[in-house]
Ligand binder design. Sequence first.
Ligand SMILES: Nc1ncnc2c1ncn2[C@@H]1O[C@H](COP(=O)(O)OP(=O)(O)OP(=O)(O)O)[C@@H](O)[C@H]1O
Length: 279
Amino acid sequence: MSRERRGTEGPDRGLAIELRSASKSFRTPSGALHTAVRDLDLTVGRGEFVAVVGPTGCGKSTTLTLVSGLEEPTEGEVLVAGEPVDGIGDKVGFVFQQDAVFPWRTVLSNVMAGPRFRGASKAEARERARAWLARVGLASFEDRYPHQLSGGQRKRVALAATFVNDPEILLMDEPFSALDVQTRALMSDELLDLWSGTGSSVVFVTHDLEESIALADRVVVMTAGPATVKQVFAIDLPRPRKVESIRLEPRFIEIYREIWESLGEEVRITRERGAADVA
Ligand SMILES: Nc1ncnc2c1ncn2[C@@H]1O[C@H](COP(=O)(O)OP(=O)(O)OP(=O)(O)O)[C@@H](O)[C@H]1O
């Protein structure tokens, strides 16, 4: 286990993402300033899988929106591949809790959409989409529409539609939280399988500590809001991993206890604040 260095060294070519003292405040409808993220330092290496856990409402999604370019930091810097983020770049892919699929398009057409938008010919887009649909086990579903699929199948379409664009960076915000427990474990295994060949850097936000440990190279624990990095844990479990079996290993349980000690404290702080708000 290691606490991450909270350094401010110069640009590092080996880094996919750097947040340097990043803060984000929002103006609330009443006109007050609400700070969602405060003085956040976080780096993600190329090809690294980082999971972010923290109490509800602490600022995890806001952190992702800063990396994606959907929002700008109020203070500090956000760099992707050594360059300051300037709007939404095509190096970044997203998978969210809601299915980001076009309901009026077939499965094949959904997966072709990204390459087509990026200038690929129809034939090339179709070929690449079919290859990814085969990888996620949906080759025979290409003519279906999203409403004709199960939740797990729709999630597979979303994964294929993301990976088909060869993203350097993959931002995932609780992507599997709407799925049942078994499908969730299967999807986690599939994600690891798909990711392992790509070299993409992943930032995966989740409420589920088990999921974060099973998937990630490092788990980042955020403080109760405003979010800042509390502690970073290196996960020294071997790969390839299967989530259902790895979580029974003694080392996994040991890591879980250590991280929960850190995370549980922030969850308690958040709960106590909530209780004070309604008192
Ligand atoms: N556009 C916005 N305007 C005002 N406040 C916002 C905005 N976006 C987020 N917030 C506030 O910032 C805080 C952090 O929100 P965020 O969605 O990042 O938390 P989170 O950790 O992802 O939450 P959860 O775990 O519940 O999904 C919350 O108090 C939220 O209400």
